[in-house]
Design a protein. Structure first.
Length: 186
């Protein structure tokens, strides 16, 4: 499905990727869900994105999604209430947000996989309800909402939902392949 250009497509793609991610998780064994990631060092050395080394298991990926949902939920609710706060909490900005991702990781080391999945499902539902009142114009017109700056509100929603879900799907599938590959080698 191409990048959404209206609210219906945005919501459909979000739900499609959400379902695909949940299906991916449901089709993983208990062993796959709970075994730490074992990506090969040569693979990790080639990756530019920090998340390949940051996330150690499926739970880390799911809590990452949950926390980015929370950022969007808080930001949108603040803006709708007339509270003008930046999307990223201080001291983070778009140049140093990897530090925020590290903090998210640190804050959730005691969170269980089941807790993370439950929270993720709830926050996805909250996001879908929160986007409902916005019009296509509010979501997709640059500058229509002053608080989105040079971007659109839809770009934030897509990043926090369908694009992020796609990232998680790929990462979890890679984990599953690595585990299956290591089983066949042994």
């Amino acid at each position: 499905m191409p990048r959404p250009t209206n609210k219906i497509d945005l919501m459909e793609l979000s739900e499609l990727k959400f379902s695909e991610l949940i299906n991916t998780l449901e089709n993983m064994s208990t062993y796959e869900l709970n075994t730490p990631f074992m990506f090969p060092e040569d693979f990790l050395d080639k990756q530019k994105a920090n998340h390949w080394k940051r996330d150690k298991n499926v739970r880390d990926v799911i809590v990452h999604l949950y926390e980015w949902h929370q950022l969007l939920i808080k930001w949108a609710k603040n803006q709708k209430s007339g509270i003008n706060k930046a999307f990223l909490p201080e001291p983070y900005n778009w140049r140093n947000y990897s530090g925020l991702n590290e903090k998210i990781w640190e804050n959730h080391q005691q969170t269980t996989l089941n807790e993370s999945i439950h929270a993720f499902k709830e926050s996805h539902s909250q996001l879908m309800g929160l986007v409902e009142p916005f019009s296509d114009e509010e979501l997709f017109t640059k500058g229509y909402l002053t608080w989105t700056g040079n971007s659109t509100l839809a770009s934030y929603w897509i990043s926090a939902t369908s694009s992020h879900y796609d990232w998680a799907i790929k990462k979890n599938k890679r984990h599953k392949r690595e585990l299956n590959s290591s089983k066949t080698k042994n």
